[in-house]
Design a protein around this ligand. Structure first.
Ligand SMILES: Nc1nc2c(c(=O)[nH]1)N[C@H]1C(S)=C(S)[C@@H](COP(=O)(O)OP(=O)(O)OC[C@H]3O[C@@H](n4cnc5c(=O)[nH]c(N)nc54)[C@H](O)[C@@H]3O)O[C@H]1N2
Ligand SMILES: Nc1nc2c(c(=O)[nH]1)N[C@H]1C(S)=C(S)[C@@H](COP(=O)(O)OP(=O)(O)OC[C@H]3O[C@@H](n4cnc5c(=O)[nH]c(N)nc54)[C@H](O)[C@@H]3O)O[C@H]1N2
Ligand SMILES: [Mo]
Length: 774
């Protein structure tokens, strides 16, 4: 071995890539791409300039009003008060005391520990698992179910295809698409910006190469999206710029065309599906008197009827892969687009063939379509939660504002508990939730809000007690994702910044104070847990035919690469080969184009087959007050709100604010020019942005990436709810439907105007007022 060529720096893993950490004098100077990654993401570098500095939370902090008056509803002070620095022993005493008070007076269900969010990569220090394990060790908590990413699919696909996660992870490999696919119809595109990320840690970025090599091999890509940039121009792309939220209408008209022109594969439908005739009766107009013709769909989608007809015929004439982006589920009636796409794929009869059928979100993450034998890793055991109550994750404001009221979800009726204490570690509700003005009001209701954070974002600013967490550069960990080829030993690169601590050590101190230390730690420290989790991972890997090195060898090498699959992956191949031997996990074992179970729930908006209902907010309902549709999609320069304060994300802003992309036809009549400060608004809220005038959006559509740190003005009367450009002050806080109650952020109407005068200064990147040294 020639050690002079060994790469410099310890390895770290993040959701956006694996990097070598360069340090000098105990400080991080750069994150350079892992030598095994052909296409490293620049997002990683974003942490370097913010690891230390004014926005790093360097000590435990308590909101002054809480410290002086004790727990109780905050009446608007949460998010406005100053903070007081306290010592760690005092912070632990306050938090443990408050947990004990709430538990003893109101029971564990009064503690909300759903704590949704992505946190950082690393199996052991996964903040949400740490929190849940801790809360279970003291008697449990009210939890949340499903995700913000695709709740509607998580609930619906088990009824239609028997499962959702195996459908994502089982996506047909890019290699197969390159060789076998003729037409790739991408609803929501193949956005490479998103392929920078995989949850659990990316090691080798493959999306760019996957897409471009398919295009070079002759695969034609149709980008069905309001945004041209959802597919690289180089990728032989045809842009089909439909109105947002109308994919179901388009798919119904494709189904109608296939059926009426004798292009539907009846043999496939008979053998592999149930309920097609119920669906057929609907799209033929027998149920509501409205045949779902291309002309009908033209009125919904804004696409020409001829174009819709031609697309259907083109899809039936060759090997066609339908890709449906996850964004389609985060809208009003977000249960329906996947169901409709599955029905069309079934009519084409290509499910389970190499290069044909369906894929759930190519490039939604890096790992979709890769070709590795995933390593099924052991995770931190969370223990048992004796509290049975839960909420659908995006119903948090409803829960806080309407305790005791009922909600419908997936065929059952639940009751919102009365929450006294909210405990969050590893997520940012003031990033991810819709209608932040409403959330901010709801956030005043509990007695106490506790947050573990490492930076002064809106989530930290809206807590009563803020406990300073380490970043993953200040801890040892193991990263692996079942969807990625490398297992990484994440070696601590620097000492803890300020008084920050690992979430694990914070919870250990709290568990100790509450008499649960042994239950929480099982006598292990970080090193012992890593050995324990690695041993479990090694055992599991062996049962999957992957031999992992021993722990010391892994630490020495830094990484382990899982072998590629023997055969490239083809989604639903086993089912197609033999549906009797390999039935789906649906009641019938077949694809349920009509689901008796869902129909049995009696939800008018989900009759049990793919169904169109006009959304509440879409261009079909645009009027003089809200004429435009706002798309708030994933940001290219970061993951959600993480590292928004770092240099890389800031370099993507315009005049320091979040850009809004607007079509020239919408900009001109409003006197908006490229670079103009603008105000976006609707009845829920308003925010400042900087205009980027471009024809890469469809007319009538605005695009603002998510992730700009929420920045409510300190003063009343500015007419603004956010000074920075967080689109979630505009989005609607409404469940997708009663079936999944998922978030419906992408169904949102707004208006925009040029902002007259000097915009007020931003405060998102200023820490709150802090009183030190009491
Ligand atoms: N309008 C709109 N809204 C959306 C979406 C959309 O498309 N449009 N998308 C939704 C989707 S898909 C998602 S997944 C959500 C994402 O929402 P979140 O996952 O909540 O967003 P993040 O910004 O990743 O939040 C992670 C937080 O964890 C903190 N953190 C990082 N490492 C650690 C650690 O080690 N310990 C602790 N204690 N904290 C840590 C970070 O500082 C950050 O504040 O947003 C949703 N919101
Ligand atoms: N860089 C980066 N990558 C990420 C993330 C990130 O924050 N940053 N987040 C990760 C997470 S948590 C998730 S869940 C995935 C999400 O993956 P996606 O849901 O696929 O991501 P989005 O960017 O929200 O949406 C993809 C595209 O869908 C288009 N679109 C929006 N509405 C409609 C519609 O009604 N119809 C059609 N046909 N198209 C529409 C938008 O133009 C958008 O660019 O991304 C992951 N990858
Ligand atoms: Mo997500």
């Amino acid at each position: 071995m020639n050690s002079s060529h060994a790469p410099e720096g310890t390895l770290t893993s993040t959701h956006w890539g694996t990097y070598r950490v360069q340090t000098r004098d105990g400080r991080v100077t750069a994150l350079t791409g892992f030598e095994k990654d052909p296409d490293p993401s620049p997002i990683g570098q974003g942490i370097v300039d913010v690891l230390e500095g004014p926005l790093r939370i360097d000590a435990p902090m308590v909101r002054r009003g809480w410290l002086e008056h004790g727990p109780g509803p905050a009446g608007g002070a949460r998010g406005r008060d100053e903070f007081v620095e306290v010592s760690w022993p005092r912070a632990i005493e306050l938090v443990a005391g408050e947990l004990a008070r709430v538990r003893d007076q109101y029971g564990n269900e009064a503690i909300y520990g759903g704590s949704y969010g992505w946190s950082s990569a690393g199996r052991f220090h996964h903040a949400q698992s740490q929190l849940k394990r801790f809360l279970n060790s003291i008697g449990g908590y009210t939890t949340s179910v499903n995700t913000y990413s695709y709740a509607a699919a998580e609930v619906t696909l088990p009824y239609v295809l028997g499962d959702f996660y195996s459908m994502i992870n089982g996506a047909t490999s890019w290699d197969v698409i390159r060789e076998r696919t003729g037409l790739f119809v991408a609803f929501g595109g193949v956005p490479l910006k998103n392929g920078q990320v995989t949850n659990g840690g990316v090691s080798r970025h493959v999306q760019r190469q996957g897409l471009l090599s398919a295009a070079e091999a002759g695969v034609k890509v149709v980008n069905v999206s309001p945004l041209r940039s959802d597919v690289l121009d180089e990728a032989r792309m045809e842009w089909c710029a439909l109105r947002p939220g109308t994919d179901v209408a388009l798919l119904l008209a494709i189904a109608y065309t296939l059926d009426n022109e004798g292009l539907a594969d009846r043999a496939f439908l008979d053998r592999y599906t149930v309920g097609f005739d119920r669906f057929r009766a609907y799209f033929q107009g027998e149920v509501d008197g409205v045949p779902k013709t291309p002309a009908w769909a033209a009125g919904k989608t804004g696409l020409a009827a001829e174009r819709i007809h031609a697309l259907a015929v083109e899809m039936a004439s060759q090997r066609t892969m339908i890709s449906v982006s996850w964004s389609l589920t985060r809208q009003d009636n977000g249960e329906q687009p996947y169901w409709a796409a599955i029905a069309v794929a079934a009519m084409l009869g290509q499910l389970g063939t190499p290069g044909g059928g369906i894929g759930f979100g190519y490039s939604a993450m890096n790992a979709i379509g890769d070709n590795y034998r995933g390593i099924p890793g052991a995770a931190l055991p969370q223990g048992r939660n004796p509290v049975e109550g839960f909420i659908p994750v995006a119903r948090i404001s409803d829960m806080l504002l309407h305790p005791g009221e009922t909600f419908e979800y997936n065929g059952m009726t639940g009751t919102y508990p009365r929450i006294r204490l909210v405990y969050w570690a590893g997520g940012n509700p003031f990033h991810h939730h819709q209608d932040l003005v409403r959330l901010r009001e709801a956030w005043q209701r509990p007695d106490t809000v506790i947050a573990h954070e490492w930076c002064w974002n809106a989530h930290a600013k809206h807590a009563d007690i803020v406990l300073p967490a380490n970043t993953s550069l200040e801890r040892n960990d193991i990263a692996l994702s079942v969807r990625e080829p490398f297992l990484i030993y994440m070696e601590q690169a620097i000492e803890s910044v300020g008084q920050s601590m690992a979430d694990y050590d914070i919870f250990t101190a709290l568990a100790d104070a509450l008499g649960a230390r042994e239950t929480f730690t099982e006598g292990r420290d970080e090193a012992a847990w890593l050995e324990y989790l690695y041993a479990g991972t090694r055992e599991r890997a062996a049962t999957h035919g992957v031999q992992l090195p021993d722990f010391e060898s892994l630490k020495a090498q830094g990484w382990f690469e899982a072998p590629a699959r023997d055969e490239p992956q083809v989604l639903l191949k086993a089912f197609r080969d033999d549906p009797d031997a390999n039935p789906l996990k649906t009641p019938s074992g077949r694809i349920e184009i009509f689901s008796e179970t869902v129909a049995g729930f009696g939800y008018a908006e989900c009759p049990g087959y793919p169904f169109w209902k006009d959304p509440v907010e879409w261009l079909g309902a645009a009027d003089a007050t809200t004429p435009l549709h706002l798309i708030s999609n994933q940001p290219a320069t970061k993951l959600h709100s993480q590292l928004d304060h770092g240099q890389h994300s800031r370099s993507g802003k315009r005049n320091g604010r979040e850009p809004v992309v607007i079509h020239p036809d919408d900009a001109a009549p409003r006197g908006i020019r490229d670079g103009s400060p603008v105000r976006l608004f609707n009845e829920r809220g308003s925010c400042l942005c900087t205009a980027v005038v471009s024809d890469e959006v469809r007319p009538g559509v605005l695009q603002v990436s998510t992730g700009a740190w929420y920045d409510p003005p300190a003063e009343e009367g500015t007419g603004l709810s956010c000074l920075h450009g967080n689109p979630n002050v505009l989005t609607r806080d409404q469940g997708t439907s009663r079936l999944a109650q998922g978030p419906s952020a992408l169904s949102c109407l707004v208006d925009i105007e040029a902002y007259a005068g000097d915009p007020p200064p931003m405060t998102a990147f200023t820490p709150p007022p802090i009183r030190r040294g009491d």
